[in-house]
Design a protein around this ligand. Structure first.
Ligand code: NAG
Ligand code: NAG
Ligand code: NAG
Ligand code: NAG
Length: 427
């Protein structure tokens, strides 16, 4: 048994049903651990009144994170006014469930936008970040201010690389005009280093959520290009989301993104869809397609509800995802069609904005849940715990083989995943 749950009656019933139908059920082979949690994010602000005057905690929503041995980095885009720093850091060596103040990364100097001082050499609005094998942090800055309210194109988007040894900027990528669109919003990235011989010899795949499209950066040639495909557009039939008693509407395209290095596959999903798609990274790396030629995108499967974050367990190539409405984290192996629920919590798993599977953390899964829907609807309750960084920790990750669950409970989806569409191609 691998579900972590809150102790209400309905969920207890779910648990009993599961035990009833499966006999041998291991309680707590996985634990949903709260690493850090906050009512609202708080900052260790510098001694500068302007930062304090502009700070609007109810508008600061985390969307991405990364971890090293001793630090956790957090990205908070400028969705609305009042974000002091768009990229921050907290120590990792804190008691579970702490609410540490965020420190600007790499320094407050980079975040003058937080006091209304616009300078495009600083950081404007970061959604997600990635650490590569050379201990460098890749920061994707969308350049868009107040993206929810008025979508102000403050600066060109850019990709910055910081050396985590020295916290110094070591590389900066400015995109050529032809890979951008007037409404480009770069929100997510993965690094493909499968053929790398040096630290810079990587490909970076990036999602343009509003554009929508997929941007590829070739680190050796210092070149980038763009793909677009119908699968990257939002599906109007899935642009209303339900999480607990909240509903909200958002017409967002491709945003979930992950990479299976063993299979050379990039998986992606728009926010407004019930599907997950894949495309070969070899095709993406080969350069732009001749005009009129279609990107060969595959429908991998359908989910019980929409979601954002995607990750791949690089050991067994299973996909990890979080259907919003079910407030769960599940894994699914497309090859053998095995699915399992890894964690379930109506309280803690509201709007999972990021999921990461870390080889460098013994294959544990880290989660950022944000309750974005409440910020978006502007009804966030500062007396609740809202953003959380969680970890699904296997007590014996290598000993317990993955099992398959079927759900008899009407409150739980019959098919979190259903891959009847596998290998069909979008026309
Ligand atoms: C972003 O927009 C807010 C609200 O309009 C404004 O106060 C702030 O100065 C803007 N920041 C930048 C970097 O343009
Ligand atoms: C922007 O910041 C850079 C680096 O801090 C600085 O050299 C430059 O003068 C600034 N530009 C403006 C217009 O303030
Ligand atoms: C949306 O739903 C309608 C009605 O159920 C259906 O006809 C249409 O094909 C759907 N559109 C998409 C893009 O799935
Ligand atoms: C998967 O979805 C299809 C189409 O929606 C449905 O007909 C089928 O019964 C589902 N498969 C399973 C195993 O539930």
């Amino acid at each position: 048994m691998s579900i972590t749950w809150e102790g209400s009656d309905a969920q207890l019933k779910l648990l009993i049903l599961l035990i009833g139908s499966f006999g041998i059920v291991e309680i707590n082979s996985e634990i949903l651990e709260t690493i850090a949690q906050w009512p609202l994010l708080d900052y260790a602000l510098p001694y500068d009144r302007e930062f304090l005057n502009k700070f609007r905690p109810e508008n600061v929503v985390p969307t991405g994170f990364e971890i090293t041995e001793h630090r956790i980095f957090i990205a908070t885009p400028r969705l609305r006014a009042g974000v002091p720093a768009t990229l921050s850091v907290i120590p990792r060596d804190l008691p579970l469930g702490s609410s540490p103040q965020l420190e600007a990364y790499p320094s407050w100097d980079w975040h003058r936008a937080g006091k209304g001082d616009l300078n495009c050499s600083g950081l404007i609005s970061v959604y997600r970040i990635r650490i590569d094998k050379c201990n460098r942090l890749w920061v994707l800055d969308s350049g868009i201010n107040t993206s929810i309210d008025d979508f102000q194109v403050a600066c060109q988007p850019k990709l910055l690389v910081f050396d985590l040894q020295t916290d110094q900027l070591i590389r900066q990528v400015i995109f050529p005009r032809e890979v951008l669109r007037p409404d480009t919003l770069l929100t997510n990235l993965v690094i493909d280093d499968t053929a790398a011989r040096t630290c810079d010899d990587v490909f970076v795949y990036m999602t343009d959520t509003v554009g929508p499209g997929l941007v590829v950066f070739d680190g050796t040639a210092d070149r980038s290009w763009r793909f677009v495909h119908a699968s990257m557009l939002p599906d109007p039939n899935y642009s209303t989301y339900r999480i607990g008693s909240d509903t909200f509407e958002l017409f967002d395209g491709i945003v979930g993104l992950t990479f299976s290095s063993k299979e050379n596959l990039v998986y992606f999903q728009p926010l407004a869809t019930d599907r997950i798609f894949s495309v070969s990274s070899l095709v993406l790396k080969a350069g732009p397609l001749p005009f009129g030629q279609q990107l060969p995108v595959t429908v991998v499967g359908r989910k019980s509800s929409q979601g954002l974050a995607l990750a791949v367990n690089q050991r067994d190539n299973s996909l990890i995802f979080s259907p919003f409405t079910e407030t769960a984290v599940a894994s699914w192996n497309p090859k053998i069609n095995k699915q399992r629920v890894l964690a379930f919590s109506p309280e803690k798993l509201q709007f999972v904005a990021e999921l990461m599977w870390f080889e460098r953390d013994n294959g544990n899964i880290w989660i950022l849940s944000s309750r974005f829907q409440k910020y978006y609807n502007q009804n966030i309750d500062p007396r609740d715990i809202n953003p959380r960084i969680l970890r699904i920790r296997s007590k014996s990750s290598l000993l317990v083989p993955p099992s398959i669950y079927h759900y008899d409970n009407p409150n739980f989806p019959l098919n979190i995943y259903n891959n009847t569409l596998t290998h069909s191609f979008l026309k």
